[in-house]
Design a protein around this ligand. Structure first.
Ligand code: BG6
Ligand code: MG
Length: 222
């Protein structure tokens, strides 16, 4: 029986994925690295340091920096990102999300955030929806980033639920992989081909309906 929803944040509740990409592009340009169009998909969902390593690899610069220099570069990216997100408000909640959260609350479902972003509490506060969630996994306490299942296993534990009692929402290929590795039901938001490992895919958040998701979830349990 469905008892809880686990949410990625960037690209699911709000379109902050575009700001992550813009900040990485600014950092890459300052290092004379040009990110290919594929970076848009490949950077989605990855932790800050995993993303930095990917950006440096695009420019064959992964061995050019010490660990301390990499931390400084990641901090610079985060400063650029924080400038971009500071004007976010409730108007930036993606279509369909407010209804989904309200329906889930009315149905008594637990809701936990499983975002790799250390900026998640700030963004949720700016969107005005922080208090709608029963918990947020602290990504600073994780050993592995997505596609490792750790963050989704932790989110499920914070909700005090079993893997077959939750549905998790993702826009990233590595995020869907993490959900499936955790043995949970994955809702993919975006390109059906890229997110083919998800159990249920919608092209955008506007198409999310709790009753339809429940139907697909129940059909899978039979
Ligand atoms: C994920 C984003 O949610 O968080 C990634 O999809 C980002 O793009 C990661 O790198 C870490 O975010 P932050 O805000 O801690 O740098
Ligand atoms: Mg995401």
């Amino acid at each position: 029986m469905l008892k809880g929803l686990l949410f990625d944040l960037d690209g699911v509740l709000t379109d902050s994925a575009k700001y992550h990409l813009a900040a990485w592009n600014q950092l890459a340009t300052s290092l004379q690295i040009k990110l290919p169009p594929a970076a848009n998909e490949q950077l989605r969902g990855r932790s800050r340091m995993d993303s930095l390593n990917l950006v440096l690899a695009y420019g064959d610069q992964q061995d050019h920096f010490t660990q301390a220099q990499k931390v400084a570069l990641a901090t610079r990216k985060n400063q650029l990102y924080q400038q971009l997100i500071q004007k976010m408000t409730a108007a930036d909640i993606l279509p369909g999300i407010s209804n989904l959260l309200a329906d889930a609350k009315a149905a008594g479902l637990k809701m936990v955030i499983a975002s790799a972003s250390q900026n998640a509490p700030t963004i949720l506060t700016q969107l005005g929806i922080l208090d709608q969630f029963d918990g947020i996994v602290d990504p600073a306490t994780l050993k592995h980033g997505k596609p490792d299942p750790e963050i989704y296993v932790r989110a499920q534990q914070q909700a005090h639920l079993a893997a077959n009692e939750v549905v998790a929402f993702e826009d990233a290929v590595v995020g869907v992989a993490a959900i499936k590795a955790a043995g949970q039901f994955a809702v993919g938001i975006g390109d059906a081909l890229a997110l083919h490992r998800a159990d249920y895919v919608v092209p955008s958040t506007a198409a999310l309906r709790l009753d339809k998701i429940k139907q697909a979830f129940n059909a899978k349990q039979e």
